[in-house]
Design a protein around this ligand. Sequence first.
Ligand code: FA5
Length: 354
Amino acid sequence: MKTKIQELKQKFNIELADVRDTKTLEELRLSFFSKKGYISALMKELGKVPAEQKKEFGQIINGFKQELSDRFDEARRELVEREEELAVNCAEAYDESMPTVNPGGSYHPITLIQRELEDIFRSMGFDVEDYNEIVDDYHCFEALNIPKFHPARDMQDTYYLDTPNQLLKSHTSAAQNHIMMKYGRALKEQNRPIRAVFPGRCFRNEAIDACHENTFFQMEGIMIDKDISISNLIYFMKTMLSEVFERDITVRLRPGFFPFVEPGFELDIQCLICGGDGCPSCKNSGWLELCPCGMIHPNVLKYGGINTEEEPYQYTGFAFGLGLTRLAMMKYGIKDIRVFNEADLNALSQFVSK
Ligand code: FA5
């Protein structure tokens, strides 16, 4: 029994030396003092000791219990003191005005593709413009040859504000009139062609699926000068796509109706997710509507103060409305458009600037 107590004392000393906090200390205390602990086991053994030795061993066990108990109390006092001190020091060390330490952010894929396109168009002499997200009915529709109650409005149902006549822009074309007004004078007086792209967030009251969102990005572009034709339009579209994808992309141009262009086209690219076989990202068609475009309708030029008839200012122009979000899907192989707005950092932080 004496050897047993000696062994337990040694065990206690070794384990206590390793204790760093009150939680571990409590675990050690229970291993000795709980019903199934070492002290209970000793007391059971006491029952087997001959009667004449019971008193002596009983006193030894009690002395041992008392010693352990005192050492526990002392260790607990010291640990509690240390933990309190640590908490106070940490609180003092915390400075809420300091920037938070984070692992470093990354740009959203839309930001990356938008910047890439801005650089491409700047290198071709285009100005990059910004425009409001809240616009009025005139700029979003009427100045684009879409009068009230025109069926083309049905394709672009959007969100209307309580303030009369204010809505969230359903397409970047809403900025066309503003850009024409801004640069029209330089066109007329300095022969400076209007070449501008204007990226922006668009909103539509839309049923959401793998390739449709209610909030998405477009990049609009216009070019107005004398003798601008469809050849110019096709040249710029081709150059832009080959720069973005850095390889040959299969595209198709088909007629498309938009009241603000005449003639109008739909420029589709073969789906790069399925290679043209059909998948949810392209609604199983193998093609993705990417960039409607066309020659700007004379009415739209007129609303923008651009002369179309009077010699020598017979201006023409082209316009395109690139689906920036869909372009990002194709470029980065993102199968579902909803990824862009889900704020899932695991998915979004994979994209790095070139
Ligand atoms: C327009 O928005 C016209 N303003 C484009 C235009 C500009 C035509 C200039 C002619 C001249 P459309 O509704 O098709 O057209 O949208 C243009 C592109 O935006 C689509 O090809 C597609 O790539 C993208 N887009 C449209 N709706 C959504 C949506 N709900 N989610 C994601 N992308 C969309």
